[in-house]
Design a protein around this ligand. Structure first.
Ligand SMILES: Cc1cc2nc3c(=O)[nH]c(=O)nc-3n(C[C@H](O)[C@H](O)[C@H](O)COP(=O)(O)OP(=O)(O)OC[C@H]3O[C@@H](n4cnc5c(N)ncnc54)[C@H](O)[C@@H]3O)c2cc1C
Length: 212
């Protein structure tokens, strides 16, 4: 039976496996999907998760729950020798091993760009994973708790300042969602007012949201 290897179980990889399950006849091909995460993240919902408008679990789809005929492997593909049609799979535990395939679908996604901006890689939180979205929400909420016990001044200003780098679709959406969360949090802290919170959007180009 021909072997199909899907690298990545994100939006493209998960849908590839799901559609193949529907279209392939029994015994027509053997499909394996490899991803270090056991779920597909629906990234368009990450700004809503960051603001708590929806629950984190509602933005992910468990691979094993929805893929019945695909071999799901929770590991990383760390090498592809396409001339020899062999991929190296590195699991979280145990030794890397080789996997021979006939067809390969590479859908390993993208990473947040940090550009050569000092401090970004060390201090900023990206917005590609559910963990990052939850970390943004945790940071904003715990900053409000800390700020409430400080007098007005630079230390409190820093805690109540949100900087979004990048005015693309995701940047604008998370900016709006976090502004909305901060506005509703202000009402819960009598010591703080709307004017104490500071939101900055930084975009290098002369316009925002080029996608739309
Ligand atoms: C905040 C945000 C909002 C968005 N909003 C929209 C929207 O409104 N509309 C829209 O159309 N698009 C939107 N997008 C874009 C859309 O989510 C992406 O285009 C889409 O997720 C890309 O799918 P993908 O499968 O290529 O990558 P991903 O969905 O990122 O999946 C990649 C997968 O590969 C896995 N992987 C990585 N490395 C390896 C490896 N070495 N081995 C195995 N697996 C690996 C990852 O764990 C991940 O599961 C948004 C994106 C973001 C971040």
């Amino acid at each position: 039976m021909p072997k199909i290897l899907i690298v990545g179980g994100g939006y493209a990889g998960f849908y590839t496996a799901w559609k193949l399950e529907k279209q392939l006849r029994k015994g027509e091909a053997d499909v394996t999907m490899v991803d270090p995460l056991p779920y597909m993240t629906y990234q368009p919902f990450l700004p809503e998760v960051a603001a708590g408008s929806i629950e984190a679990r509602h933005s992910v789809v468990a691979h094993r729950r929805h893929l019945k005929r695909t071999h799901v492997v929770t590991a990383k593909v760390t090498k592809i020798d396409h001339a020899g049609k062999v991929a190296t799979i590195t699991p979280p535990e145990g030794e890397p091993y080789e996997f021979a395939y006939d067809q390969i679908v590479v859908t390993a996604g993208a990473v947040s760009r940090t550009f050569p901006i000092p401090g970004i890689a060390d201090n900023a939180i990206g917005l590609k994973t559910i963990e990052e979205a939850v970390a943004i929400r945790d940071r904003l909420m715990s900053n409000f708790d800390k700020a409430a016990s400080l007098p007005a001044g630079p230390a409190r200003d820093r805690l109540l300042s949100v900087v979004v780098v990048g005015g693309g679709f995701a940047g604008i959406e998370v900016f709006a969602e976090l502004r909305s969360l901060a506005s509703s949090l202000v009402g819960k802290y009598p010591q703080l007012t709307f004017d104490d919170t500071h939101f900055h959007l930084i975009e290098a180009m002369g316009r925002i949201m080029p996608e739309v």
